[in-house]
Design a protein around this ligand. Structure first.
Ligand code: HEM
Ligand SMILES: [Cu+2]
Length: 564
């Protein structure tokens, strides 16, 4: 395929024509998946809201299955493929390797996603996102997921091939930029993830067509979570890479220490597998000693990595802002940040929510002993909406606002609404997660159609607060969905009706990344923490919240069985 390069007059980024088309198609498909998943969220939320209790049981489980898969698999991964092409071809200023193969990857993913959705809505495949055996779905359910995964794997190899092209064509000097490095980590984890998925979904597919007679449920869960947990680590590596990118775009901020940030990314690869033990804490198949060692020790290396990023990204922003003269007190740098720019506000609301809500609750529930307080309660989706919605989804939304003029060459329609969107979506999602976690702490089950157990032989009396909390889940969910709808309206509307912008003259040759002197910020090691006293203060607030919440839960645990 012939190729041209254009340099975007607004950002200075260079886009290669094939890579650009593939980024556009993958990102647009992702937004369609988000739209479908968002419409399904209406059904899920309005059923779990006790006063509304909208859908019938079988419809609820069908809608919940499709919501989980459309959001966490299709929306997130289509978008991530666009990010991989961006982090390789655009940031390294080279052509995309094998564009035809990249189109093949896209088509496989699309067929898989459509096949899976159609199958779920035909009924008899409401096996939830986790699709645990021996519960069985139609063979097309698994076949759809497998096709999608093969497509995503092929796309990862196109990404690796593009890195090779950049190296060979010498489009950059020295080591790859940090954002590309983070994307490489995400892609390496993705290859492992997809292999684990194949190991368990292919036998399950064979079981569904009757070629084999059984898949062991405990082995299924263990391997499924090698896939399920790792895929979340891909999301974290991807959205953290974007945080670094946004810090650079919005502030010109350089990482406080490249070496520390890169080391933190590597920790994800090293400790990923052991950390996934937290999904097996209630399983009889693995020993208690193994669970304790993995979730009380090794898990924290992955947590450590996220905390390093959570510290160095605001730290880098603080250093950049202070260099511009925002030096008054601890927080002038933060007060004077561009809060009206959705690229920044979305990223920062995501970072704080991911750390405080997703991070702290994750460590609590990942602790072997504490896990039993919240196991299989609505606390679990409360936690992971803080990670995959406030963390990953809101970050992708923030990046989209940057991409509308740069990649899609359109002026954003309705910038006033765009300014508001990250606050409405992000903050209502904060509240949604908090009340879900509150209800879960009271014992409200997850994936449960009817909290009141109407008509059941044995009644259960919930404390009134449980109903109150689930009502608030409903209200917060509706507010968050409104925020999600605004995002879709603004992005789709901008692509359809936004004023066309000049894209930069196409040229047959690329311009390599200029060799520039390494900046001072990138070289200062060691004492850089004190260059960012505001961030240090935030970190102390985080530590105190963490410790308090952790010990409150040990107190709850001690009350499970009273001793007198
Ligand atoms: C406004 C946006 C959203 C709302 C209001 C919402 C609401 C909900 C609710 C109420 C549940 C059901 C909890 C239960 O009964 O167990 C749920 C499940 C789930 N959601 Fe969302 N959600 C939203 C966006 C997202 C996004 C963006 C993702 C992924 C990126 C996501 C991933 C999931 C997953 C994986 C499940 C679990 C499905 C299962 O149990 O198999 N959600 N969501
Ligand atoms: Cu996990």
């Amino acid at each position: 395929m012939t190729t041209t390069y254009r340099t975007c007059p607004r950002s200075g980024l260079q886009f290669e024509s094939n890579a650009e088309k593939l980024m556009v198609i993958n990102a647009v498909t992702a937004v369609v998946a988000l739209l479908v998943g968002g419409i399904l969220a209406i059904g899920v939320v309005l059923t779990r809201w006790p006063a509304v209790h909208w859908l019938a049981a079988d419809t609820f489980y069908m809608v919940l299955t499709a919501h989980g898969i459309d959001m966490l698999i299709f929306w997130v991964i289509f978008f991530e493929i666009a990010v991989l092409y961006f982090a390789s071809s655009t940031l390294l200023r080279c052509r995309l390797a094998t564009p035809k193969v990249a189109w093949l990857a896209f088509v496989l993913m699309l067929i898989g996603a459509v096949m899976n959705n159609v199958t779920v809505f035909q009924g008899n495949s409401s096996v939830m996102m986790t699709s645990y055996v021996p519960m069985m779905a139609s063979p097309y359910f698994y076949a759809g997921l497998i096709l999608f995964a093969v497509g995503a794997l092929v796309a990862c190899f196109v990404f690796f091939g593009t890195l090779v092209v950049a190296k060979r064509d010498k489009t950059y000097q020295g080591s790859v930029p940090l954002v590309t490095f983070g994307a490489i980590v995400a892609a390496i984890i993705a290859v492992f993830t997809i292999a684990s998925g194949a190991i368990i979904l292919i036998p399950t597919f064979l079981l569904s067509v009757g070629l084999i007679s059984a898949v062991d449920p405990l082995i299924y869960r263990t391997i499924w979570w090698a896939f399920g947990h790792s895929s979340q680590q891909i999301n974290v590596a991807a959205h953290i890479s974007i945080w670094y990118a946004v810090a650079a775009i919005a502030f010109g901020a350089k990482p406080m220490s490249e070496r520390v940030s890169r080391g933190a990314f590597l920790l994800y690869i090293l400790f990923l597998q052991l950390a996934s033990a937290h999904h097996l804490l209630a399983d009889p198949g693995v020993s208690t000693a193994w669970k304790v060692v993995n979730t009380s020790y090794f898990m924290y290396f992955a947590v450590l990595a996220s905390m390093i990023h959570g510290l160095t990204i605001p730290g880098a922003i603080e250093v950049a802002q202070r260099a511009k003269g925002y030096n008054k007190g601890l927080f002038e740098w933060l007060r004077k940040a561009p809060w009206g720019n959705p690229v920044f506000s979305g990223m920062f609301i995501s970072l704080i929510g991911f750390g405080f809500l997703g991070g702290i609750s994750g460590v609590m529930m990942g602790t072997e002993q504490l896990n039993m307080i919240i196991h299989n309660t609505v606390y679990v989706p409360g936690h992971f909406h803080a990670t995959v919605v406030v963390g990953t989804t809101l970050t992708f939304m923030a990046l989209t606002y940057f991409l509308i003029p740069v990649l899609f060459k359109r002026e954003m329609i309705n910038p006033g609404l765009a300014k508001l969107q990250p606050y409405l979506f992000g903050l209502s999602m904060y509240f949604f997660c908090l009340v879900m976690m509150g209800a879960g702490t009271l014992g409200v089950p997850r994936r449960h159609w009817d909290l009141s157990f109407a008509g059941a032989a044995m009644a259960y009396e919930w404390p009134g607060a449980a109903y109150l909390m689930m009502g608030l889940v409903g209200i917060a969910g509706v507010a968050a969905m409104t925020g999600g709808a605004l995002y879709i309206y603004i992005t789709v509307g901008s692509l359809l009706w936004g004023k066309k912008l000049e894209g930069g003259k196409p040229s047959a040759n690329f311009t390599p990344i200029p060799v520039s002197a390494p900046s001072v910020a990138a070289q200062s090691y060691g004492s850089a923490g004190f260059a960012a006293p505001g961030t240090f203060t935030l970190a102390i607030v985080f530590l105190v919240s963490f410790v308090l919440y952790y010990f409150i839960n040990w107190k709850y645990l001690s009350q499970v069985w009273g001793l007198s």
